[in-house]
Design a protein around this ligand. Sequence first.
Ligand code: SAH
Length: 218
Amino acid sequence: MPIEDSYKHKGMRRQLVNKIRAKGITDQNVLRAINTVPRHAFLDNAFLEHAYQDKAFQIGEGQTISQPYTVAFQSQLLQVKPGDKILEIGTGSGYQCSVLLELGAKVYTIEYNWPLHQRAARLLKTLGYQAHLVHGDGTKGMPSFAPYDGIIVTAGAPTVPMTLVEQLAPGGKLVIPVGDRKSQKMLLITKEPGGKITKKEFDHFSFVPLLGQHGWEK
Ligand code: SAH
């Protein structure tokens, strides 16, 4: 069934964009992408009125779709250019993946949870979005398609997995929330063209835990 995107949805989306702009997101391309992706399609119908609030929301399997401000913040840090190859760890609902696609990226995304992986694959297809979706442990990255211009981790990590840093192209960026299970600091790790690794720290966020080999234990 095609997904309806009414004037009401579009209007609510514009208000959401105004809200995240007021919170400090300045990247016009990111704001445009948020204004384009029908976030309501990523939530159950029963929760429609929540789709355009600036809030995280349950998507089943104990997981959440990230808050729109958080999606915008991480996307802005990545500085995606059209044609960039981006790896996402934690497909979840597929919303962040769709925002990256609207920014012109070629997206590879990994999800650990099989039902969520399947659901996201179906939904993205329905919406006409094309990405490379894989089921597996994203803390190992996706070496077969490396290197990446950007890697975005959308679950909270205990430490920076070196496997991911290794899969960055020269000049590539890794955006990853690192901390404890409840609260994490957003980090921007850059592999300079010469190979030097630099790190910048940003605000605290609250993500669900990154599991797997280089993540938390279940
Ligand atoms: N980006 C998502 C939000 C994801 S929530 C969105 O836009 O909706 C974090 C997701 O990371 C959850 O779906 C969780 O199952 C997944 N996850 C946790 N550990 C993982 C791992 N090691 N590899 C891949 N996905 C993982």
